[in-house]
Design a protein around this ligand. Structure first.
Ligand SMILES: [Mn+2]
Length: 286
């Protein structure tokens, strides 16, 4: 009856299975939250999707790479040079896998055994969004993604997903820009300024940012919710935050894959983590 959170798998199926062995994963009893980016860059995206879909022990949030796969499958977006998604698109069970993926949420909420309130999204939650507001905005995006998968030929959001223009939340946003802003905050955010505007280009470590930008998780929040997130490999699984817990330790880039034992999270945000290291030969080139 363990409760774990695991960071970005990015198609590193062998590393994922090794990590599950290391935490003595029991599919009949345990709960494991996956922080999104199940697929892409690594060599085992198809096996990862099949395995996660088969086991109800896993709960998933969608990451930017998962959304990219859905945009390619349903929205006519092009594969990029470094993508390793072709194996999914060509698989005999592609339709079932992609429809399953399109039904997954952007956010999970729950409680640890000691009663801490928990939320997970792929990139994080900006400090000016309450948990209930985030839940509601995530729901708008989930609805749009499900409509796209149900009617791929219509003029749906996955045809218009990409845009760095939607880099700051405004209540008045509507239509495509509103959905783009929600997707950007929940799946791409790293640095934000004092007006909570995202810089969607910077992806480096915290020390390299211009002085007007800070990691989203260093701004104070009005609640005490613990936010579990992936996406930011350059953090190497360490966020200096009183409330956020970083899960992406960059396995696909030769780093580590990390599992946090959620029931060990303390009041001051310490927690027990189990990591596996990537074999060097797995590092993608370019
Ligand atoms: Mn990501």
């Amino acid at each position: 009856m363990s409760f774990f959170a695991i960071g970005d798998i990015q198609g590193c199926y062998d590393g994922f299975r090794t990590l599950l062995d290391r935490i003595h994963f029991n599919p009949a009893a345990d709960t494991v939250w996956l922080a999104g980016d199940l697929v892409n860059r690594g060599p085992g995206s198809l096996d990862t999707l099949r395995f996660v879909r088969q086991h109800p022990a896993f709960s998933v949030v969608l990451g930017n790479h998962d959304l990219h796969l859905l945009a390619v499958a349903f929205g006519g977006a092009s594969l990029r040079r470094k993508d390793t998604l072709r194996q999914i698109l060509d698989a005999p069970d592609a339709a079932e896998l992609l429809q399953w993926l399109a039904q997954q949420p952007l956010m999970l909420t729950g409680q640890s055994v000691s009663g801490l309130s928990l939320a997970m999204t792929h990139a994080g939650i900006p400090p000016h969004w309450t948990i209930s507001k985030t839940q509601s905005l995530a729901g708008e995006l989930e609805t749009a993604i499900r409509e796209a998968a149900a009617n791929p030929d219509s003029d749906h959001f996955l045809r218009h997903m990409y845009g760095n223009e939607a880099d700051q939340w405004k209540e008045a946003l509507d239509g495509t820009l509103r959905l783009q802003a929600i997707a950007n905050y929940l799946t791409r955010m790293r640095f934000i300024d004092n007006d909570f505007r995202m810089d969607l280009n910077l992806k480096e470590d915290v020390d390299s940012a211009p002085s007007n930008l800070k990691p989203w998780f260093t701004y104070p929040r009005p609640d005490k919710v613990r936010i579990l997130f992936g996406h930011w490999a350059a953090l190497e699984g360490e966020a200096a935050s009183s409330y956020a817990i970083a899960l992406d330790a960059g396995y696909v880039w030769g780093g580590h894959m990390k599992a946090v034992n959620i029931d060990t999270i303390t009041d001051n945000n310490d927690h027990v983590a189990i990591e596996v290291s990537a074999p060097m030969e797995q590092v993608p080139t370019g």
